[in-house]
Ligand binder design. Structure first.
Ligand SMILES: CC(C)(COP(=O)(O)OP(=O)(O)OC[C@H]1O[C@@H](n2cnc3c(N)ncnc32)[C@H](O)[C@@H]1OP(=O)(O)O)[C@@H](O)C(=O)NCCC(=O)NCCS
Length: 173
């Protein structure tokens, strides 16, 4: 399999079942307890800013972006990002992240945040959010709270508890 054989496409509702399978396989039942999942429960993801990788008519990887708020600041939460085990280490995950970031930038978003491994996301432009600036509804390792600014200063407007931007009230853990 070559990266050239993979189609990168905007996510559609028809992909939902396969995406759910991929996320279940990648993260297991523990995914429901994660801080980012708790935020995503607050409302829908941004379908237009979420992407899949397809091979032979099947979804093999997915990345989603969700609209979030913290204090005065708005941003996008990246995740879940997951790749089918037999498709790992071929550049699919990083390409999906780059496509999603470019779509977010074109749509006028200023910052994308996530909970993840800095060694993986650092080369994609992400770095640690200053300690204590953003609080999550469940405990996270602060070293894994990362952001990339698409517009200078956008991260500094985000502070305090991160919630789904569609949620009318702060998320209570
Ligand atoms: C993490 C994940 C999305 C990476 O996708 P992928 O398509 O295999 O990754 P890519 O091919 O783009 O990149 C592979 C490179 O990243 C490295 N890498 C993979 N996971 C890593 C991690 N957690 N930390 C640091 N580096 C990592 C690989 O070793 C490889 O390095 P190399 O290029 O030097 O060989 C995929 O392994 C996956 O679905 N994992 C389970 C779910 C998960 O952990 N998602 C991320 C949640 S934040």
């Amino acid at each position: 399999m070559l990266l050239a054989d993979i189609l990168f496409l905007p996510e559609e509702a028809a992909h939902d079942a396969e995406i759910e399978e991929i996320n279940a396989e990648a993260f297991g039942p523990g995914r429901f307890a994660r801080a980012a999942y708790r935020i995503r429960e607050g409302g829908p993801h941004e379908r237009a800013l979420s992407f899949i990788a397809m091979h032979d008519g099947h979804v093999v990887a997915s990345v989603r972006l969700t609209r979030v708020a913290a204090g005065e600041g708005l941003g996008l939460l990246l995740g879940p990002l997951a790749v089918r085990p037999s498709y790992k280490n071929q550049g699919i995950g990083k390409k999906l992240v780059r496509i999603a970031l470019e779509a977010a930038r074109k749509a006028g978003w200023g910052v994308v945040v996530l909970v993840g491994d800095e060694p993986y996301y650092g080369p994609l432009g992400f770095s640690r959010i200053p300690l204590g600036q953003i609080t999550m509804p469940r405990p996270v390792d602060p070293n894994r709270l990362l952001a990339v600014e698409l517009e200078e200063g956008a991260l500094s407007r985000m502070c305090g508890m991160m919630v789904h931007a569609g949620a009318s009230a702060p998320v209570v853990a």
